[in-house]
Design a protein around this ligand. Sequence first.
Ligand code: ADP
Ligand code: MG
Ligand code: MG
Length: 251
Amino acid sequence: NAMLNIENLTVEIEGNPILDSLSLSVPAGEVHAIMGPNGSGKSTLSYTVAGRPGYEPVSGDVTLDGESLIGLEPDERAAKGVFLSFQSPVAIPGVATMNFLRTALNAQRAARGEDEVSSADFLKVFRTHAQTVGLTPDKLKRPFNDGFSGGEKKRMEMLQLALFQPRFAIMDETDSGLDIDALRMVGRVVNELRSPDRGFLVITHYQRLLEHVRPDRIHVLAGGRIVHSGGPELAAELEEGGYEQFTAEAA
Ligand code: ADP
Ligand code: MG
Ligand code: MG
């Protein structure tokens, strides 16, 4: 019962194969981690699943609950429940944070045929989640991400994750550059959202995050392919022996 199914996915950028017939399945209710060297294609994988322009596969398929996502616009994929937390979130000057997020949430709900969330209801959940992620009201009065530190932007990503309650969340190095308190907060948000009908793909360089979010499976991505998969204990093996032990095996 794979929720997200990636089958023989090949993605080329400027004629170079970045993902090379990559296959990966994440069942509903599971958290899978992707680890791998710099430039191995981790962000390319997340962009391709989320539908970022320029990352259209040359072959293969990505399905969510058995339905292909390929060819759909990013907002259509979001409406189907795909959420991508960016490695480098952008600021949107001049757009009030709360209005922006409420509009985005209601657009997704409308695309799914669901009712709008009222301002009052939105404010209530927004405040609750803001507190959970440690963003103070003064920060949230600013334009979206405007003047935010790297850590504050990551907190904002987690706030969006909590608000949107996606079916399937991809976190692309959300933990990079975070201090230990922020890391713990990321763990808290993900663990609260873990549920039998939600899946996660957590991309990380570090074992640290996986101490807070215990993954069901860990996959090593190298050279555009999954070269090794294992249980949560694989994180410590990688920390110990590096990626080389598996990239050599694959080569
Ligand atoms: P990772 O996230 O694992 O560090 P990326 O997916 O960002 O790796 O990149 C994989 C490879 O694809 C790298 O060699 C990178 O330079 C190349 N690449 C990714 N996106 C682009 C792009 N938009 N233009 C040119 N090269 C790209
Ligand atoms: Mg990178
Ligand atoms: Mg990356």
